[in-house]
Structures are given as structure tokens and as C-alpha cells.
Design a protein around this ligand. Structure first.
Ligand SMILES: Nc1nc2c(ncn2[C@@H]2O[C@H](COP(=O)(O)OP(=O)(O)OP(=O)(O)O)[C@@H](O)[C@H]2O)c(=O)[nH]1
Length: 722
């Protein structure tokens, strides 16, 4: 089976779920019941208890009212008796009074007081002749029926027989009038308070057993007249008391001064407006817990019953659930075994046909069908998998073969790379050790390579120029424009044409003047080449410093135009200078003269003093001639002892003669040599070139030579004549 394994947490079984569900339902029902009981039954029990306590308070109130009413009624009855009204003798009256006392044992004392307050007659003769004029009952009973509130026995206390409780009385008094209606005195009944306590016991007898109720009779000032032992004669403060004092009647739940909660029924006796009644508050209390104990017990019973019911129902539900889930468990077990089965293990269990109930029938049938389908799919998949594995094996072999080829190719590539790197290193070493500076530029004119010799020659470090445009740095402005134009043209030329054009343009040696880093001009011979490449074309140049060669050429050239002995321009230089002087003379419309100077008898100096002295004489002679003419004039040595002077910017022919005349004496001065001092003369021949004369140097020189010759002849003849 190929179902995915169960990855979620293990869930409880259906039997457990049903059992727990039924138990939870029962418990929930019991809880609801408890809440309902708590709510309704408690309210009902509280209302019932309050009603009961209220009724008790009413009973007590009515009983108190009845007793007071009886006492006042008895006083009224007595006051109207003939014997009392006539009051012939105290004994007669006493007899009547004691007869009444016998009818109600709680009448502790009955007496008749005279209008002046002295007791005329009394039961058992107590207090007779004692003045009670200041007593409340006497004052209150003089003109109407009067009920006197609970009070301790002041006068009678010691005269009455001792009792368990101290004597307390409630009075009933009323006026007595004789037959003529004259006021005869006040009749009074002292009721001992014991009747009230009995009354309470009678009323509470059944209730007390069941409910532990307490009855309180409270006077108007809040003093408890009657109540549980220990609380009598004490002040009480309670809400129920306030309500009772206001005349209300009812019941409530409240906290008493002892800190406990009580249900309290309250009522008020008498009528404050009626002096013949006594106004007391009657409170009947019962501990709230006790009043509600029935409900609490009911709650416990329901809870116990609910628990038992829950257990029974849960057990029943478990049995039923087990029975209903048995077929499902069977199916589930089969699926789990199939899930846990491994390939190659024992045969997988089959799904049986189950008929327990409809759903199981459908489920088992569907499951069996699904497993059959799955088996078919598994078989198909297995065969596909086998094919796939075969294909994968083939592909794997193919990949391994190609990987091997690739590995070889990579190894080849690596060795090629290494070779290339070695070649590059060699090339770099060659370039760096080359005598010529090497520069490589891309088509944009940006420097891409720069060897050590380039650093030395041009002054920029490799790191400074790589990536920088070349022209801006070192080409003179004129060359820079041409260079930029050429680079543009090369960049615009397409494809193979680039190589051809570049090769044609660059495969040559050219001499250039560059600027080095210091701005100094640097003559170089550049060998240029174009190197096409896939990563971009390069223009390379080897620059050879030709400044020394140039300097050598220059000095050689200068030497070729100089006379080595005197340092003056030689014949070749003189020819060039003369040609230029003739052109200038034509341009400036000025005359130009050529002096042809030849030392006279120089040979004799050589012969007599030697060649070195002769050379010295020639040098001194040359210097004198040089100093004797203008700086702008040219003095040169033609050969041997022959010198040429080219004088320019002459106004006329006479100016030339003047210059010659100035020269003669200078030259005639003795020459001081190393070994001798020699004086000799020089013959000067003058030839003048006028503007627009033919530009004929040879003719001009020839004329000067001839003139000099004539001059020398004349000089020699003169010397011969002397
Ligand atoms: N010391 C020296 N003598 C030279 C040099 N070149 C030529 N001479 C000599 O100069 C002389 C020139 O010859 P001439 O002009 O015939 O001799 P000269 O005595 O001056 O004769 P006149 O010109 O007729 O007066 C020769 O003796 C050359 O050998 C030179 O460079 N140095």
C-alpha cells in the first residue's frame, strides 16, 4: 500500500470519543442542572425562608399586640367595675384586683392609686400608701388608657418574690371615675415580662427545632428587650430594625453584628399614635446557611446522582460504541497493517465484506474496491519504475562517459590555460625587460598595457595609466588631433576592413615627439601594430628612445658645417649662408658684400714655426675677423688660410669698403704665438651683390677671389718696390 504515513499526532479511537462524549454530555447536563438548582431552588428556598420568618415576626407581633390589648382591656374592665369605682375600702378593691390577678399569672402587680399619687389598694397590699405620682403609668393613665413600655422594676423589685430573671414590667393604666364621673384615681397593671419569653418559646417551639430561629423584641431606642441570652438589654443596629421601626414589614438577607449572614423577618407592634399600644420592633432571624441547607443538600444529591448517572451512561456508551465501532476498528486495523507492511514482507491482509450496518457495508465495499484499484496502479507503477530504472541506468552510463570526456577536456583546458599563463608571464617578463617601451591601446585609445620601460621612459606608473586615454597625456597638440582622427576612422571602419586598414596604417616605423610626465619633449621611434582579438582589438606600439641618436645626428650635422680648427662655418656652411644672404638681400632691397681674405705669406709661418703655430695663428686670425664685424655678419673659413666674410644690410658699395678698411688694421697687428710673435698682412677681395643681381654664388665668390688676388698682387709689388 502506498498511502502516505500518518504524520499528524495519534488521535483517540472512536470508542473512546463516544464514551468521553456521552460522559461529557451527562456531566454537562448535571452541571446545568446544578446551576439551575443553584439559581432557582436557592431563590425559592430563600423566598420561602424569608416568608416563614416574616410570618413568625407577624405571629410574634400579633401575640404581643394581643397581650397588651388584653392588659389595657383588663384595666378598662376593672376601672368600670362598681367596686373599684366606689372604692369603699382598700380591702374591697384589693379583693377585686387579686381576683383579676388570678386570671393571668403574669400580672405581677395591680393597684389603684389615688389622684394624689398614693397607692390606695394593690394586690398583696404591695406599695399601698406609697406615692407613685411620678411614675409614667400614673401620669399617662390619668385621662386615658395608657400602655407603659418595658422597664425594670424600681419599687416592686425587692418586694416581689425572687425569680430567675430580674423583674421587668410592661404597664397598662387607665383612669378610674366614680359613679358621678369624678376622677377617682389611676388603675395600673404591671405585667411581668416572663409572658413575652413564654410567648417566644411557644411561637418558636416548632420553628426552633428545624431552623434555629431567634426572635428579637426591640424597644424604640434600639435596646433588645427580648432575645437570645447575652444579647438582651444591648443596643442593636441592623437594616431590618430600621425597616421595622419605620413601620414596614417583610424579610431580608443581612449581616448581623456578629459578622454572620442571616435571613431576617421584621414587623412592628402597636401604633405610635395610640398610647394604649406599645410600639416594638419584632425581628426573627435565621442563619442564612441554615435556611438554605436544604438546597445545598439537594445540590449534593444532584451531583452524586449525576456522577453515578454519568458513570453508568459512560459505561453503557462504551459498550454500545465498542459494538458499533468494532467493524470500523477491523477496517482501521487492516489499513494500519497495510500501512506498516514493508515490501517483500508477508502478504497484505484483504478487506472482508462487512454487513454490521449500512455505513460499514458501504465503507468495506468501497475500501476493497479502492485497494483493488490501488493494487492495479501499483503493478503499473512497478513496471513503469523498472523501465525508468533501465532508462536511468543507461542515462547514467551516458553521463559518466560524457563526464569522463568533459574531465579530459577540462584537464586539457587547464593545461592550455597554464600554458597560456606561462606564455603570458613570459610575455610580461619580455615586455618588462624589453629595451623599448611597450604600450597597448584599445580602439577607444585607452591604455590597456604599459611595461616597465614605458614607466621609465614616460614617467607614468603602469597603475596610473591603465584605463586612461593616451592622447590627453602625452601626445603634442598637433599629433593629438591627428591621432584622434585616425582612431575615429579606424573605429568607423567595419570588420575585416579594420584589420586591413589598421595594418596598412600602423605597420611601419615612425618618429614621434611625445611629452613625458614632466612635460619634456621626448623623441621616440614608434613601431606600431594592430592586433585583432575576440575580446577587443588592440593597437600596440614599441617606443624606442632616440633622443641620444638625435643629439648625435645634430652634433654630427653641426660638425659637418663647422671648420674644426677655428670653429667657424666651413665651406659647405658658407655656401648655404651665402645663398640665404643673397635671397635676403633681394627681399630687403639691400646690398650684400662678400670679403675674400687670404693671409699673405702664411706658408713661411708654417715653415718657420711649424704647423701648430700656423694653426694657432689661423685661430687668432679667425677670432679677430669675427670680432671685427657685426654679429649678424657671417665669418667662415673657406680653406687653408682663406676666409670669407658675408656682410648684409649694406646701404651701398662704400659701406663695404668702409668695413674692409676697418678690418685691415685689426689684422695687421702682431699675432702672439707660443714660440714667436708674428706680424703679417691679409689680402681682401670684395665682391658686392646688388638686389636683382643674378643669384650666382660661384660667380660672386669668383669675383671676390679675383679681387683678392689683385689686391695681393698689388701688395706684393709694393713690398717688392720697397
Ligand atoms: N698651419 C697650417 N698651414 C696650412 C693649413 N692649410 C694650409 N696651410 C698652408 O698654408 C699655405 C698656403 O699656401 P699659400 O697661400 O700658397 O702660401 P703663402 O705663403 O700665403 O702665399 P701667398 O698667399 O701668395 O702670400 C700652404 O703652405 C699650406 O701648407 C692649415 O690648416 N694649417
Amino acid at each position: 500500500m502506498t498511502l502516505p504515513p500518518i504524520t499528524s499526532p495519534v488521535r483517540p479511537r472512536l470508542t473512546t470519543l463516544v464514551t468521553v462524549g456521552v460522559s461529557a454530555t451527562v456531566l454537562l447536563t448535571v452541571l446545568c442542572l446544578l446551576i439551575l438548582v443553584d439559581h432557582f431552588a436557592l431563590a425559592y428556598a430563600r423566598a420561602e425562608a424569608e416568608q416563614r420568618l416574616q410570618q413568625l415576626s407577624w405571629q410574634m407581633r400579633d401575640a404581643l399586640n394581643n397581650v397588651v390589648r388584653k392588659a389595657t382591656g383588663d384595666v378598662q374592665l376593672l376601672a368600670e367595675l362598681e367596686d373599684v369605682r366606689a372604692a369603699r375600702t382598700p380591702a374591697d378593691v384589693r379583693q377585686v384586683l387579686e381576683n383579676l390577678q388570678k386570671t393571668f399569672p403574669d400580672y405581677a402587680w395591680i393597684g389603684l392609686a389615688n389622684p394624689d399619687g398614693t397607692v390606695y389598694a394593690a394586690t398583696q397590699g404591695l406599695l399601698e400608701n406609697v406615692n407613685v405620682g411620678e411614675r409614667d403609668w400614673f401620669k399617662g393613665g390619668q385621662d386615658k388608657i395608657y400602655a407603659g413600655d418595658f422597664h425594670p422594676a424600681t419599687l416592686l423589685g425587692n418586694k416581689l418574690p425572687a425569680s430567675a430573671d430580674p423583674w421587668r414590667f410592661v404597664d397598662a393604666a387607665g383612669p378610674v371615675r366614680d359613679a358621678q364621673g369624678n376622677y377617682r384615681g389611676v388603675l395600673c397593671v404591671h405585667m411581668s415580662w416572663g409572658w413575652a419569653r413564654r410567648l417566644v418559646q411557644n411561637i418558636l417551639a416548632p420553628a426552633d427545632r428545624q431552623y434555629s430561629a431567634d426572635i428579637f423584641v426591640v424597644r424604640g431606642d434600639g435596646t433588645i428587650m427580648l432575645g437570645p441570652r447575652g444579647m438582651e438589654e444591648q443596643k442593636l443596629a441592623a437594616d431590618s430594625l430600621k425597616l421595622a421601626q419605620s413601620g414596614a414589614s417583610g424579610a431580608l438577607s443581612e449581616t448581623w453584628p456578629d459578622g454572620k449572614r442571616y435571613l431576617t423577618g421584621y414587623a412592628r407592634s402597636g401604633n405610635p399614635e395610640d398610647a394604649s399600644t406599645l410600639t416594638w420592633s419584632i425581628l426573627v432571624r435565621q442563619p442564612e446557611e441554615l435556611a438554605l441547607s436544604g438546597v445545598r443538600s439537594l445540590e449534593h444529591q444532584i451531583l452524586a446522582l449525576g456522577a453515578v448517572l454519568g458513570l453508568v451512561l459512560a459505561a453503557g456508551a462504551a459498550v454500545v460504541a465498542r459494538r458499533f465501532t468494532a467493524p470500523l476498528n477491523l477496517l482501521s486495523g487492516i489499513i494500519e497493517r497495510r500501512l506498516a507492511a514493508t515490501s517483500g514482507g508477508p502478504a497484505l491482509p484483504l478487506v472482508p465484506q462487512l454487513d454490521a450496518y449500512h455505513e460499514v457495508q458501504v465503507l468495506s465495499r468501497a475500501l476493497a474496491e479502492m485497494l483493488r484499484d490501488e493494487q492495479r496502479h501499483l503493478d503499473n507503477l512497478r513496471s513503469l519504475n523498472e523501465k525508468l530504472e533501465t532508462t536511468v541506468a543507461e542515462r547514467t552510463r551516458e553521463i559518466a562517459r560524457k563526464a569522463l570526456l568533459l574531465e579530459r577536456a577540462l584537464a586539457q583546458e587547464q593545461s592550455t590555460q597554464q600554458l597560456l599563463q606561462e606564455r603570458a608571464a613570459e610575455l610580461r617578463a619580455i615586455l618588462d625587460n624589453a629595451h623599448d617601451a611597450f604600450i597597448a591601446l584599445d580602439p577607444g585609445g585607452v591604455v590597456r598595457d604599459w611595461n616597465l620601460q614605458a614607466e621609465r621612459l614616460l614617467g607614468w606608473k603602469r597603475a596610473e595609466v591603465i584605463g586612461q586615454p593616451l592622447a590627453a597625456m602625452m601626445l603634442p597638440p598637433l599629433l593629438r588631433r591627428a591621432y584622434e582622427r585616425d582612431m575615429r576612422q579606424l573605429a568607423e571602419t567595419q570588420g575585416g576592413a579594420v584589420a586591413a586598414a589598421a595594418a596598412a596604417a600602423l605597420s611601419r616605423r615612425v618618429e614621434l615627439t611625445l611629452y613625458n610626465r614632466d612635460g619634456r619633449e621626448l623623441p621616440v621611434e614608434a613601431s606600431l601594430a594592430y592586433v585583432p582579438g575576440s575580446g577587443g582589438h588592440l593597437f600596440i606600439a614599441f617606443l624606442h628612445d632616440i633622443s641620444q641618436r638625435k643629439a648625435l645626428f645634430a652634433s654630427m650635422e653641426a660638425m659637418a658645417l663647422r671648420d674644426t680648427l677655428t670653429g667657424l662655418p666651413n665651406r659647405r656652411a658658407l655656401m648655404q649662408a651665402l645663398a640665404e644672404a643673397l635671397r635676403r638681400a633681394d627681399r630687403s632691397r639691400q646690398c650684400c658684400a662678400v670679403f675674400f681674405l687670404d693671409l699673405d705669406r702664411f706658408k713661411q709661418v708654417n715653415d718657420r714655426y711649424g704647423h701648430e703655430e700656423g694653426d694657432e695663428l689661423l685661430r687668432q686670425f679667425a677670432a679677430r675677423v669675427r670680432d671685427a664685424v657685426r654679429q649678424t655678419d657671417t665669418v667662415g673659413r673657406l680653406a687653408g688660410d682663406e676666409f670669407i666674410v658675408i656682410l648684409e644690410m649694406l646701404q651701398n658699395d662704400a659701406a663695404a669698403q668702409e668695413a674692409a678698411d676697418k678690418l685691415q688694421p685689426v689684422l695687421a697687428r702682431p699675432f702672439v704665438l707660443k714660440t714667436a710673435t708674428v706680424q703679417l698682412s691679409a689680402s681682401i677681395g670684395i665682391a658686392i651683390h646688388h638686389p636683382d643681381d643674378p643669384q650666382d654664388i660661384e660667380s660672386l665668390l669668383s669675383r671676390a677671389d679675383r679681387a683678392m688676388y689683385r689686391h695681393k698682387q698689388q701688395g706684393l709689388q709694393q713690398r717688392a718696390r720697397r
